[in-house]
Design a protein around this ligand. Sequence first.
Ligand SMILES: Nc1ncnc2c1ncn2[C@@H]1O[C@H](COP(=O)(O)OP(=O)(O)OP(=O)(O)O)[C@@H](O)[C@H]1O
Length: 254
Amino acid sequence: MSETVVKVKNVGRTFVSGDKKDRKEFIALEEVSFEVGRGEFVSLLGPSGCGKSTLLKIISGLLPATSGSVEITEQGNDKVPPFGFVFQDSVLLPWRTALDNALFPFEIMGKREKSDEKHVRELFALAKLVGFEESYPRQLSGGMKQRVSIVRALSYNPPILLMDEPFGALDAITRDNLNNVLLEIWESTRKTVIFVTHSISEAVYLSDRIIVMGTKPGRVLKDMKVTLPRPRNEDTKLSPEFYVYVRELREMLK
Ligand SMILES: Nc1ncnc2c1ncn2[C@@H]1O[C@H](COP(=O)(O)OP(=O)(O)OP(=O)(O)O)[C@@H](O)[C@H]1O
């Protein structure tokens, strides 16, 4: 593994509900540990409720852990956050064009250089969105909107990309296409990616490593290396090796 840039150590998270008389504790995550190297593509795979999104929020600092620690040894340029986020819903502003949506983070951060728009236009090309810069979200398909949200997440050049089931709401064909677009973007930018999914085949297709998670409480079942050759393409999914991974993961998550 390349140099460690994300170190998750014995992370636990308990949610408390109810009042003093009827206090309930729910252990969402228990003793979760793993590391991510620079430029690695790591997926968090597991059934609904195993704490994948909670873990991603803890890694990003949006949510505190109840126990354990997360160390991030990457920094964004000029004090911008080290993370870019992509969620299941593209959350684009409907009154802004695709390009202006992708440039929005610069407005929030209150700084924008001339070279930023050039960089974002290059990302539009990588995401196969050339010609749609001036389109409004209502004029874009679901897959195109998600590609704009990937471009937006990468606009300020964060070293780490956090993706929470980004393609979960898309149809199977669009999802396959976006997996390939994402791989192309990753291969040319070499960002560190942490990708949440509950699709076994998606995790195998995309990842260098898969952190397999189980429920009750949310925990790591296995840290699995995926050594399928890269670059990967649709033929990868037809290889016997691909099926070996899928079968092993299916057994584990039964
Ligand atoms: N703010 C909260 N308060 C109470 N319980 C919560 C809170 N956030 C998450 N949980 C609980 O923690 C558990 C893990 O939730 P989380 O959303 O992280 O799971 P997940 O693996 O991402 O699920 P899914 O794949 O369905 O999105 C769930 O049982 C959820 O109900």
